[in-house]
Design a protein around this ligand. Sequence first.
Ligand SMILES: Cc1cc2nc3c(=O)[nH]c(=O)nc-3n(C[C@H](O)[C@H](O)[C@H](O)COP(=O)(O)O)c2cc1C
Length: 214
Amino acid sequence: MTRAIGRLLHVEASPRGGRSRSASVARRLISGLTGVQVERLGLFEADLPELDGPVIEGRYALIAGDPVGEAVRGDWDAIREKTAHFLSFDAWLFSVPMWNFGIPYRLKHYIDLITQPGMTFSVVDGEGRGHAAGRSALIVASGALDVRPDGPLAGFDFQRAYLESWLRFIGVSAIHTIHVRPTYGPEDVVEAAMATAYAEAEALAASLCLPERV
Ligand SMILES: Cc1cc2nc3c(=O)[nH]c(=O)nc-3n(C[C@H](O)[C@H](O)[C@H](O)COP(=O)(O)O)c2cc1C
């Protein structure tokens, strides 16, 4: 059972602002959601603390069941705060361009920050347990190439495939992905890809706003 979406975090992973194709499709999806409170997190403007040597040792301490070292306690308070902020939402909308077959580095940095033992996941009797269970994620994935599953270029997808794997790791089971691709090529082809993505965004928003069956 997936929980109803009251609060949604829009994680924007393109630095292109108003020119971003993925963000533009995400905004269309948001405009179709009724009764949902949306917060935007622009990752290229966000303050993302460094995960350098001493800070990362804190993760190994946590995994061993020890407290993080005194010198990095402030860094870990900031990480805990980012993680709690992320988990305070009912659902997440990621608008993400493909960069070099994967995701933009700022999104990877954010994922590395918030994916921490005892915060977003736990290991119980050797089994991983995600703390985001029962919630949903919406992905708007753009790219110059058409790397959709089942297509001839599917093997180049380390963007949607990675994001979906990570979301499942932290417990998210309901994942809806909209492709915005190809965004490079003849104008009519790109326009058709945008029109399809906008239509899918509107349909997804409408389906998410359907009343729960009793
Ligand atoms: C640094 C960089 C790397 C890119 N690498 C790829 C790639 O590997 N595969 C691809 O299909 N498109 C790639 N692109 C193209 C973008 O994914 C494409 O232009 C997308 O529509 C951008 O989405 P946005 O407008 O939301 O930022 C790359 C673009 C940039 C800026």
